[in-house]
Design a protein around this ligand. Sequence first.
Ligand code: ADP
Ligand code: MG
Length: 478
Amino acid sequence: MEWEPVIGLEIHAQLATSSKIFSGASTAFGAQPNTQACAVDLGLPGVLPVLNREVIRMAASFGLATGSTVSKRSVFARKNYFYPDLPKGYQISQYELPVVQDGELTIELEDGTSKRIGITRAHLEEDAGKSLHEDFHGMTGIDLNRAGTPLLEIVSEPDMRSAKEAVAYMKMIHSLVRYLEISDGNMQEGSFRCDANVSVRPVGRESFGTRAEIKNINSFRFVEQAINYEIERQILLLESGGAVIQETRLFDPDRHETRSMRSKEEANDYRYFPDPDLLPVVLDQEFIDGVAAALPELPAARRQRFVDQYGLSDYDAGVLTASREFAEFFEATAREAGGNGKLAANWVMGEFTAALNKGGIDIADSPVSSGDLGRMLLRIDDGTISGKIAKQVFEAMWNGEGDADRIIEEKGLKQITDPAAIEAVIREVLENSPKQLEQYRGGQEKVFGYFVGQVMKATKGKANPGEVNALLKKMLGS
Ligand code: ADP
Ligand code: MG
């Protein structure tokens, strides 16, 4: 039998506010444990939460960017459960009336096709604290710094049909929240993570199979591995006559497998009810229009503009707009290079990206700025250096040897374009290669390449290649 996977994701994006969702405590990462949770975050008696206005603006901008409905009235609810890292005994979340509903996103797949993925809802909630199992022998430490950190939980429709589609969707959301500057998307610090819901059904069947939910996955690679493992597990189970039970599972990245955490029977009954300490959030059209007017250029629009404005291929435009920093670096480079977008795209996606990857360096920490790179491209454009020599210049810039002009000057890398100078070199090469000359005259035209190579070698790559070709042809012909 052939099986079809069905996948829906719940993504948690930490919102980039400086203070918590219901208190003034700081959200900065990396502070000493339990120094950033105030009485409100701990839910001590007598305190009242006050909503951080900024989270509403951020959620609304996400909603508008995904064609969702931004609710004019939404309600915070208490989700009750007991856990040591939740001293209040409840998490404030949104349940029946979330701030964002009914949106969609178009993902691009590797084969060049695209697909629409529905967004069921996105709601605001506070994060809980963190249990630390490793640092304390035989005990569990509790760090409540995260308690009250604002999260946007983005719930997709079960529209994905493979791990690849799920990863493409997750990357798209990741890129979008960073474009919108509503989340830093830092996955190592837990600012962006997801729960993957996975089921399988026989191909052709309408109804969905029973799903398992894999909790808290914090990398794109792990999402792909976890989903693929889970699909395999469910198919094997069903084919051997078993049944999938609805349960929560955890992914073990060391063993590449998922393991049961709790079954539906043990699942929590959260007893949601509206939080009596918080008023419903009521938004007027003016507020929503204001958020809409302030939206930045979104990835899809920017991609199209790159195609139109710079004449890039759709694929290249897609690569360059995958992250906001990358897109902005490219555009600043192109501007500095006199608007030569094609040349800038080649270098940003080629040499520059390779150097970043090789050094494991973040674009923000690049030793070569967009200005440095753009000014070097100007020297290719105006014929001062060849594209090949430029690689040498780029490497020197990367190693901190100064700007392009200085490196070209100091290392004597200027391209030789003077026909008389090139002619002299060609004459010398031909004189020193009587055998090859004979072969060429005998009809072996590929020897032409040998002559070009010798001229380039003699000039240390500095002869203008076009000029060399033209002069060689002329001189061999005569
Ligand atoms: P819960 O609140 O218990 O997690 P929801 O109904 O809100 O359940 O669904 C959570 C996620 O599970 C959504 O992203 C949804 O698309 C996905 N989902 C629901 N049913 C299935 C299924 N049969 N197979 C795969 N994913 C599913
Ligand atoms: Mg869930």
